[in-house]
Design a protein around this ligand. Structure first.
Ligand SMILES: *Cc1c(COP(=O)(O)O)cnc(C)c1O
Ligand SMILES: [Zn+2]
Length: 442
């Protein structure tokens, strides 16, 4: 069976464009493009047959089909040939229960979708495997491209650098100087990417990379390029699959450039359209208070985007004041009876630390989502009878300074960490160690 997909304008202009084409915006109106699948062709296979196929591929040793993204190949990039796939076995991540956190919030079934348990340590791998594979196929078929480039708050560049290196394609990374974690800066350097650190913020980097893509023959890898959202969409499909095709009541997800929530919405829409699930979850986008243009729009009844100058936040990957995928995100939130919440620096840090007490090691962005859930639970909007999934976007291991700073009470923005756990320094004497231990375990 021939499955196909093409780019189309999200504003509804006529015309479709091949995924092989170097195109990021609608040539008629300048709006974003999205990947539209031939759903009628996909529907010729029954929902039960799709479920069986996805179950057979789930974490299989058969590469690349064991990848969470490529296991959904027909729904993601059906015309991409398997021999051009550049995969690091991304996806297939755990849906981890957090019962102690749930109890503390007065909730029932709360799980964390561990998208940061991935090759480069963030969910960005899910989209990058699709984008880099598509470029590899384009190059193999004769398209001339100098490199793949992105602006990044850290995780996009880490993913791009890794996948481009795996494919043998040059990567150019444009970062806001001094605004990302050390681990995130080292990742693209280690992978041999050309790293340009610019004296600006993320939004400034975004403007520069768009001009480079327009004028200098580099392929744009930011989430404005909707190929990435096709890979990220599989998070919704995995959540449903891991819950035996029962949709949760709520999904809470941190948002910056707002590509990920758009992808989440698209994934659930596809599941509905193809009959694998029978309803929509509600979606909450969580933003850092210091970078919350979507929240401002939501509070003003989905008013048009008023770009902000994002202020520094511990959740550095979402320090974005002018989100590229704003329109797609609002569309998704309207369809999913969505809400938007914000978290202060102390709220996100404490929420992150509290979730770690269930054995996680959450990043600050996941902390933003968990803080939002805390607020929704306190207001009674999310209740005990609701099944909740919180999307964790990166590994806390990439944010060691944040973790260490919290437990050493050295973060200026979090003067009184509520869940601080500091080591107890002791002399080399059995009785002193025993007494300290028994006192602490009491
Ligand atoms: C990119 C990123 C986000 C935000 O995703 P958007 O698609 O920009 O909204 C959240 N958390 C982490 C760790 C990220 O890297
Ligand atoms: Zn258009």
């Amino acid at each position: 069976m021939a499955f196909t997909a093409e780019f189309r304008c999200i504003a509804g202009c006529a015309g479709g464009y091949a995924l092989e084409q170097v195109i990021y915006r609608c040539p008629r109106c300048g709006d974003l493009l999205e990947v539209v699948h031939d759903v009628a062709a996909l529907r010729e296979r029954s929902a039960e047959a799709w479920k069986a196929l996805f179950a057979e591929r789930w974490r299989s040793v058969d590469e690349p089909w064991g990848s969470g993204v490529w296991g959904k190949h027909e729904w993601v990039a059906p015309q991409l040939e398997a021999r051009h796939v550049v995969s690091m076995l991304e996806g297939g991540t755990h849906l981890t229960p957090v019962p102690r956190l749930a109890r503390a919030l007065g909730l029932g079934d709360v799980r964390v979708k561990q998208c940061g348990t991935s090759h480069s340590g963030s969910f960005k791998d899910l989209g990058m495997t699709v984008l880099v594979s598509q470029v590899a196929q384009m190059i193999a078929r004769g398209t001339q491209l100098r490199a793949i480039a992105c602006a990044s708050t850290g995780d996009t560049s880490a993913a791009l650098a890794a996948y481009a290196a795996a494919a043998g394609i040059r990567a150019v990374v444009i970062l806001p100087r001094g605004k990302i974690s050390t681990a995130q800066l080292v990742q693209p350097l280690a992978a041999g990417a050309l790293v340009l650190a610019i004296d600006t913020d993320f939004d400034g980097c975004m403007r520069i990379v768009q001009d480079l893509a327009d004028r200098e023959g580099v392929y744009l890898a930011n989430s404005m390029n909707s190929l990435r959202l096709e890979g990220q969409k599989t998070v919704a499909i995995e959540i449903a699959q891991q819950r035996h095709w029962r949709v949760p009541d709520w999904v809470v997800i941190p948002g910056g450039n707002l590509g990920n929530v758009s992808a989440l919405g698209a994934g659930f829409e596809m599941l509905l359209a193809l009959g694998l699930v029978d309803r929509r979850p509600r979606i909450c986008v969580a933003q850092a208070e210091h970078a919350s243009p979507l929240y401002a729009s939501y509070k003003a009844n989905w008013a048009p985007l008023a770009p902000q100058k994002a202020r520094p936040t511990l959740a550095s990957a979402i320090q974005i004041g002018n989100p590229v995928s704003f329109a797609k995100a609002v569309r998704a939130l309207r369809a999913f009876d969505g809400v938007v919440e914000i978290a202060t620096e102390a709220e996100l840090a404490d929420a992150s630390a509290r979730a770690d007490l269930d054995g996680l090691f959450t990043c600050p962005h996941t902390g933003v989502a968990l803080a939002a859930l805390t607020k929704l639970a306190a207001r009674g909007e999310v209740r005990r009878e609701h099944d909740v999934v919180v999307v964790s976007t990166a590994s806390g291991l990439k944010f060691a300074d944040f973790k260490v700073g919290y437990h050493e009470a050295r973060l200026p923005a979090v003067p009184a960490p509520a869940h601080r756990n500091a080591p107890i320094d002791l002399p080399d004497r059995y009785d002193a160690v025993r007494d300290a231990m028994l006192r602490a375990l009491d």
